[in-house]
Design a protein around this ligand. Sequence first.
Ligand code: LLP
Length: 421
Amino acid sequence: MFEIEGHLECRHGHLFIGGADCVEIAEEFGTPLYVTHEQRIRDNLRTIKKAFPNAELLYAVKANGNLAIMRIIAQEGAGADVFSSGELYMALLAGFPKDKILFNGNSKSDEDLRRAVESGVMVSVDSVMELESLSTIAGDREVRIAFRVNPDVSPQTHPKIATGLRTSKFGIPSEQIVNAYERAVELPGVVPVGIHFHIGSQILSVSPFAEALEKVLGIAKELLNMGIKLEFVDMGSGLGIPYEKDKKAPTPQELADAVLPVFEEWCKENGVYPKLVLEPGRYVVGDSTVLLTRVNSVKGKFVAVDAGFNLLIRPVMYDAYHHVVVANKADVPPDKTYMIVGPICESGDILAKDRRLPKIEKGDVIAVLDAGAYGFAMSSQYNGQPRCAEILVQNGRAELIRRRETFSDLIHTQTIPERLL
Ligand code: LLP
């Protein structure tokens, strides 16, 4: 049976999250439903802060852009990594201070750059062409920038989420980076204050981080010799979490043990002490959330539920594993091997393959675990499915933080040209 861990527990046969009964919540708010435990987010952030006491944390908004969730993260003192003007808009609304926001992105429009300049946030510049545009747009204002370096390091993760390989679209190749900084020094309006890299996501070994950091510190040393003294080194993120309950993922402390000696040694050697910046997304919110989905019917091994890849695309997109628990039978031993499939009109709409679970019946509530990162954030309305609601739980209390969409939300941005009426 599933080993209940951390903030999830089994009480009188039901799965509880943050002291709240998943079965009751599903009854009260309906399914499908994302349920997030506030304290788990706070604890995850504190775990990272404990391992990296001197680092600045910029939460990767792309992982989960719910305002209440971002508010909790801002309250814990983190800043934000935003990847679009939309994320910038949401991060500012959630209360992240502008001097703790870094605007990332490999394809920023002039409009994006204008918004960054007007909001007074920092920009991680992804090409020299972008630098030139930013300088023009900044005019007589000053924008603090970093360059994103492509360190050409293999993160040993799913190819779709490896971002620091030479073949990847992100960042400036190492051999061109010094020229980029030289150009930034010449240009008005842009002040190079940092260097940035990000090698991928769901990385299960700490050595690629140390390897990439070492490479980037080599560049920072060259810059130092040219008289460019950086205020921060941003090592992005990518720390994996243990989706598979019998496997381990490195902890923030293990990551710190691998990278801090490299960083501290470099600082001492060079007599400069830039700030280390991290951009955690998945680790902060991933395990804070369950997706509750109700069984519509059982047909042999197929368990058809009311959530599919419209609400959680990770299993389909990355062959990702998400552990599932039958929330109303959390202490019942497994009986059969099932496939949990969604309501979407595609054979690939499978949330969980070959799972040993208790005998499943219509009306059972299935909890898909670790759905807080890139879950709702990547959801869609495909097949005319309104997006589901989101609930926040703390000390057994459940509050609505996003209402369920209605059918009118499916069409409210559309118009039929008059000539067709
Ligand atoms: N910083 C940058 C520049 C990033 O591109 C990302 C993620 C992060 C930080 C946060 O990384 P994390 O701590 O979450 O690993 N949709 C995929 C993951 C895509 C990650 C994209 N970049 C998934 O569901 O696995």
